[in-house]
Design a protein around this ligand. Structure first.
Ligand code: ZN
Length: 501
């Protein structure tokens, strides 16, 4: 992981004035949500099955509300589909040389024949996604239970090989013209996330697209803050391997960093197109499919989930999943629950300031790390008030105040950027008299971000750092970069002193 060390700087009168100007501009900014907005329509979630059925049948998509983390730096998610093949090790070598991580959407039938490659992908910190068992459109898009069967079959294979159950799915051929709102709904309810792409390298347009053509295709853009780039490492894609170093160089020069997809990355999904394989979903079919996906969710995605799969897990395999992407970490976290339970160290960094917090009590559940609110916030220098009668916990940290109602699970956040309300769903619960909160949720709400994880037997660390205010990200000059941390600390002081919030 890379953490920058920031040079110590002094305030000169002119810099203070300039910074104050920026500060004023910050205050004038419209309320920008700290985390990205939720993926879909919230209110429909609690409708009865028949209502949901009719909503979906009318062509509307319905998603559970979820929080996603927006990366601080412009980020490229390189994705490789249709492997593993004899080309996969070459791709892995290039990624290793470049020091970057990517995502491999693999086919079950190929994973079956190449278990070592799957293990290497995981070991080297890349993410693995599910790309169905055999990629046959006619067997995937004629009915959802066929699609579901292939996802499950592939997942069981990956679990057997590497002890992981990927949350990420890429539809063969993409979702356009293939998925209807029912497909999206079932997968979402089961706890999966679907990723299409916003840049296509064009490497599967026809056979043997030359590398030069791919590179110029990629260089056309567009270049949003987050780029989901489609490439292939299936057999026959030698030219993609050839183009890869140049594509990486291109984005590095543009100031992009690379990251693997994880469930905290906002899914990207195409708009619906006319279905290539028209299908009709009846209400009984819908109810039957829902029974399958909720059963899956209960066994593998839900709170008690880990425990079921754990008994069968090959612990040795799982223990080797050290220091990886969050996807893999959450999977190995389940296995680690069975082992001794060392304290979790949270390492916090903001400019020159550093802090190490030992959390004796914490939970690994729902693929996430949960920590006691009080210990975490007070350890970071904030305050926590528990109101027994109201069932609320109030947290103050810097210029932010957040109030969480344990029953309704509604979190209200007040900050310089405005007041924001969100439903945190499974993000908070009470245990042994402690309010437990998902670490990612707590960190993001307090204006921090998680930079890296390291979970292994006997040692568990999380690295978090202070996020720059949104406007500062726009002033990416060397001058401001050097001062932004001091400025931010200064603004915090100022705001706290005059009790804004
Ligand atoms: Zn594919």
């Amino acid at each position: 992981m890379k953490r920058k060390s920031v040079k110590k700087t002094r305030f000169s009168a002119s810099s203070v004035i300039s910074l104050l100007l920026v500060c004023m501009l910050c205050l004038l900014q419209p309320a920008a949500p700290v985390m990205a907005e939720q993926a879909g329509a919230g209110p429909a979630v609690r409708q009865n099955p028949a209502d949901i059925y009719h909503t979906l049948a009318s062509g509307e998509r319905v998603f559970l509300p979820r929080d996603y983390a927006v990366p601080v730096k412009p980020t490229v998610y390189l994705t490789f589909d249709d492997g593993p093949s004899r080309l996969t090790p070459k791709v892995l070598d290039i990624l290793k040389r470049e020091g970057i991580q990517a995502t491999f959407f693999v086919l079950g039938e190929l994973a079956e024949g190449n278990p070592k490659m799957i293990q290497r992908i995981v070991r080297e910190g890349h993410s693995i996604g599910n790309h169905s068992y055999n990629h046959e459109y006619s067997q995937l898009y004629d009915s959802f239970d066929h699609f579901w069967g292939q996802i499950q079959k592939t997942e069981d294979i990956l679990y057997g090989i590497a002890g992981i159950r990927p949350r990420l799915i890429r539809a063969p051929g993409g979702t356009f013209g293939h998925f209807d709102p029912f497909y999206f709904y079932y997968l979402d309810q089961a706890g999966y996330q679907v990723y299409d792409w916003n840049i296509d390298s064009g490497d599967s347009k026809r056979r043997h697209v030359p590398s030069g053509e791919m590179i110029s295709e990629v260089e056309k853009g567009p270049f949003p803050h987050e780029i989901y780039l489609l490439m292939h490492d299936g057999s026959g894609h030698d030219e993609s391997v050839k183009a890869l170093p140049e594509i990486i160089r291109f984005f590095k020069q543009k100031g992009y960093v690379f990251a693997p997809l994880t469930p905290s990355v906002r899914p990207i999904m195409f708009h619906s197109g006319k279905l290539l394989h028209p299908r009709f979903t009846s209400l009984p079919t819908f109810e039957r499919n829902m029974a399958d996906v909720t059963d899956y969710e209960r066994r593998f995605s839900g709170g008690a989930a880990g425990a079921v799969g754990l008994a069968e897990a090959n612990l040795e395999q799982l223990q080797s999943l050290i220091h990886q992407s969050e996807v893999a970490v959450s999977e190995s976290a389940k296995a680690l629950q069975l082992l001794q339970n060392p304290p979790l160290q949270v390492r916090w960094e903001a400019g020159q300031q550093q802090k190490i917090l030992d959390l004796e009590q914490y939970d690994l559940r729902n693929d996430s790390i949960f920590v006691p609110v009080r210990q975490f916030v007070e350890g970071m220098g904030g305050t926590v008030e528990w109101n027994e009668d109201a069932g609320t916990v109030k947290v103050r940290y810097g210029y932010r105040t957040m109030t969480c109602n344990i029953d309704s699970r509604i979190l209200t956040v007040n900050s310089v950027q405005g007041t924001e309300e969100r439903n945190v769903l499974a993000g908070v619960y009470l245990e042994n008299g402690s309010v437990m909160i998902q670490l990612r949720t707590a960190a993001t709400l307090l204006g921090m971000q998680i930079d890296d994880y390291s979970l292994e037997q006997g040692k568990r660390e999380i690295f978090i750092s202070q996020v720059k205010p949104p406007l500062l990200a726009l002033f990416e000059t060397e001058w401001l970069r050097m001062r932004s941390n001091s400025f931010y600390a200064y603004m915090n002081q100022l705001v706290t002193k005059y009790s804004f919030s």
